[in-house]
Design a binder for this molecule. Structure first.
Ligand code: COA
Length: 360
């Protein structure tokens, strides 16, 4: 038996293996093509002289130190011979080689062979997944720490995925509200209402995102204690907008937000959020909404709000409400981002603009 990295020439065999190994939630050809051609990760296959017998897919979350075992399958005729064990060893070595500190995966409850394998490799259940699979079955989210420990409390902040491309800020705020306000349950109408309350009306293109000022007012209205740190006194986001009329409207909205912040006695300080200050805030049970550029994670320079849920000596842990195609919360909860990368992400554009809301 031989293990090697897969190529596009394996597409048909991988698709056949998928049909044999799974009865539902199968990856289609399009998905396999994406995994082989574009995805940030590695596809390993196990084969004997004539046939492909097993495959494992590791996905790496760009800009973070998080890896995911996305798929694992062995031909039914070749099971029980240690193929999955060999593939798992490759996957773990690959994740370590890429600097990952944790591997996560999802598995259906009742999948005794797979859960047995993962437990043997040191994976632990970190969350139940209710009615998660196509057949209505429940699942488990599991994680193996390769280095260090996940800071306590980082998985306790409930995750909520943004339902539109422009509501990252409101989705983060809803997560913070469900962690900080007892019995709060997020909904899409609430997400849209929070967006209406905090949008700058226009942004680089499409619907306007939310500014720190708008979100601070919305958080205050929702009964949260909030402090705002912004790096300068300029109007946010105007440099990405060409049309002068749109620039004028954004400035009007910003001025109105600023007046209302003053009236509500919401503290706004004009300085960058320092990592030490962020750490102290998190240690006291607070959470932080931070504006980042998505460049390091998605190769696209767009402003994006994330929720910082924990921090240790090496990483900031983020809940990112934006699920890419094929991703689930498994990829986006408590994502470890190295401190220096986070420092770079949290400065936008030529102005190096930064904004953060400290919530309690
Ligand atoms: C899960 C799967 C990949 C295991 O493949 P495999 O090549 O048969 O596994 P291995 O022979 O390498 O076994 C490795 C370990 O897994 C566990 N394991 C495998 N089959 C098992 C079974 N039937 N019952 C309990 N544990 C089992 C054992 O810990 C085993 O180690 P051991 O033999 O030293 O006790 C295979 O059953 C499969 O393809 N299943 C269908 C697809 C699937 O469910 N994938 C996982 C999705 S999350």
């Amino acid at each position: 038996m031989k293990l090697r990295l897969a190529t596009l020439a394996d597409l048909d065999d991988l698709h056949d293996l998928e049909q044999k190994a799974f009865t539902h939630d199968r990856l289609d050809r399009r998905r396999w093509r994406h995994l082989l051609k574009e995805a940030h990760g590695q596809v390993w296959v196990a084969e004997d002289k004539t046939k492909l017998l097993g495959a494992a897919v590791l996905l790496l979350k760009k800009g973070t130190a998080l890896a995911r075992l996305y798929s694992l399958a062995v031909d039914p005729a070749a099971r029980g011979r240690g193929l999955a064990k060999a593939l798992m060893e490759k996957i773990e070595a690959a994740a370590l080689g890429e600097g990952s500190v944790a591997i996560r995966l999802e598995v259906q409850q009742g999948n005794v062979p797979a859960i047995g394998l993962y437990e043997r490799f040191g994976f632990k259940a970190i969350a139940p997944l209710f009615a998660y699979y196509e057949d209505g079955g429940d699942g488990l989210r599991m994680e193996k720490r390769l280095k260090g420990k996940l800071p306590r409390g980082s998985l306790k902040v409930p995750f909520y995925a943004q339902q539109t491309s422009f509501t990252c800020g409101p989705a983060c705020l809803l997560m913070a509200m469900s962690a900080l306000k007892k019995k709060h349950k997020p909904s899409i109408s609430e997400e849209l209402n929070l967006w209406r309350a905090s949008t700058t009306i226009y942004m680089t293109s499409g619907h306007g995102g939310c500014s720190g000022e708008g979100l601070a007012l919305a958080a205050h209205d929702q009964g949260l204690e909030v402090g705002l740190c912004v790096s300068d006194r300029e109007v946010p986001f105007v440099e990405g907008v060409r049309n002068s009329e749109k620039k004028r409207i954004i400035a009007v909205v910003h001025e109105d937000f600023s007046k209302r912040l003053k009236k509500a006695s919401i503290q706004r300080i004009h300085q960058r959020l320092e990592l030490d200050g962020l750490k102290r805030h998190l240690e006291c049970g607070g959470l932080a909404l931070v504006l980042i550029s998505t460049y390091q994670m998605h190769n696209e320079k767009a402003p994006h709000w994330v929720l910082v849920v924990a921090m240790d000596q090496r990483f900031v842990y983020l809940h990112d409400p934006d699920l890419d195609d094929g991703q689930s919360a498994t990829d986006n909860i408590a994502m470890p981002v190295p401190l220096d990368s986070f420092g770079r992400m949290a400065r936008l554009g030529r102005r190096q603009y930064s904004a953060a809301l400290l919530l309690r």
